[in-house]
Design a protein around this ligand. Structure first.
Ligand SMILES: *Cc1c(COP(=O)(O)O)cnc(C)c1O
Length: 339
């Protein structure tokens, strides 16, 4: 193990590890996976990723269990989503099998950076796909670089599982109604920074986005999907501008297996009043329970937790998913790859 790291106090920053894995698409085909020990890339200054945003990424995690085994969560889903993002930006798709090989190689090569079970920390895996051919006019690249690095990240909830407040800011959209919202691409994040900063400056954990067309339906919570709980039902929005979260997909399956109903449909913002609990979900936190959503313009506040504590359903789902990820409980869905 990397001896001098303070595992429990790691932030979501970048800690250098030993190796990263790369693969180039040139002359119409993907090459072999290459192992690199440098953390820089040599790029043409006219590369399409730099000028026209031909860039997509993924995010997943590996966990060290009580049994010492390493588990990677649903990497086939991330591989498929990267293909969907690539198609959305007219980039070359990276093969699913090669993606899985790259993940496993990078995790194994950097094994000493996978935090111990007790720390509640994990190894974050960041795959990246970029267009690297020089172009001055707007057109897709001919050559691509797939790159994958890993870095240890601390537990998301340092002071225990907690709720946070969100805010509706109607003057900003994260993505266009029929734009790139369904793809995991850097451009969507650049487009969300100003709104995110305003929310943070006002003391909120992030922006609560309504649909960009009518501002009538619920879209996302910052860079996380939304779900609400009521009458033993897990409700999560569908829309043409939401990124399909793998955590959300997993929570839907878990909720169903726990005897809840699951509804995946457009959710009008007016329905916020009816939820007993609400949460934001994604790889970083699994679930980030929502304390309240403030709608400043309408002078309204939707409160989901009066004492700041997460509700019972959020808590149950959170612990169940983490138990599967760390190997504390059986994995009936075949979600984890043990290496
Ligand atoms: C990555 C991401 C999520 C969460 O997806 P997971 O697969 O659960 O990590 C949600 N929304 C946006 C916009 C994202 O980029």
């Amino acid at each position: 193990m990397a001896e001098n790291l303070d595992w429990s106090n790691l932030s979501f920053g970048y800690i250098p590890t030993d190796y990263n894995v790369r693969c180039y698409y040139r002359n119409g085909s993907w090459g072999e996976l290459e192992i690199s020990s440098t953390d820089t890339v040599n790029l043409h200054m006219a590369a399409t990723c730099l000028h026209y945003g031909q860039e997509a990424f993924e995010g997943l995690k590996a966990f060290r269990g009580k049994d010492g085994k390493i588990r990677i969560f649903r990497m086939d889903e991330n591989a498929k989503r990267l293909q969907s993002s690539a198609a959305g930006l007219l980039m070359e798709k990276f093969p699913v099998e090669k993606f899985k090989e790259a993940v496993i190689q990078a995790v194994k090569l950097n094994e000493r950076f996978i935090p111990p079970y007790e720390s509640g920390a994990s190894l974050y895996i960041r795959p990246l796909l970029i267009g690297i051919s020089p172009r001055v006019g707007v057109s897709p690249s001919e050559e691509y670089l797939f790159l994958l690095f890993v870095t240890p990240v601390g537990p998301y909830f340092k002071g225990g599982f907690q709720t946070t407040p969100f805010v509706i800011l109607r003057e900003y959209d994260r993505a266009a109604p029929l734009g790139t919202g369904t793809y995991k691409v850097g451009g969507n994040y650049a487009a969300s920074l100003v709104a995110g900063k305003r929310a943070h400056d006002m003391g909120y954990s992030n922006v609560f986005y309504l649909d960009p067309k009518e501002k009538k339906y619920i879209d996302e919570c910052g860079a996380a999907n939304f779900f609400g709980i009521k009458n033993n039902t897990y409700v999560t929005p569908s829309s043409t501008s939401i990124l399909p979260s793998i955590t959300n997909k997993s929570l839907m399956q878990l909720a169903e297996s726990m005897g809840m109903k699951v509804e995946h449909r457009p959710v009008p913002a007016t329905e916020l009043d009816t939820f007993e609990e609400a949460g934001a979900c994604g790889t970083a936190a699994v679930i980030s329970p929502i304390e309240r959503i403030d709608d400043i313009e309408e002078s309204k506040s939707y409160v989901f937790s009066k004492d700041g504590k997460p509700g019972p359903v959020c808590t149950k789902l959170y612990h169940k998913l983490r138990a599967i990820q760390y190997g504390d409980e059986a994995d009936p869905f075949g979600w984890v790859t043990v290496i």
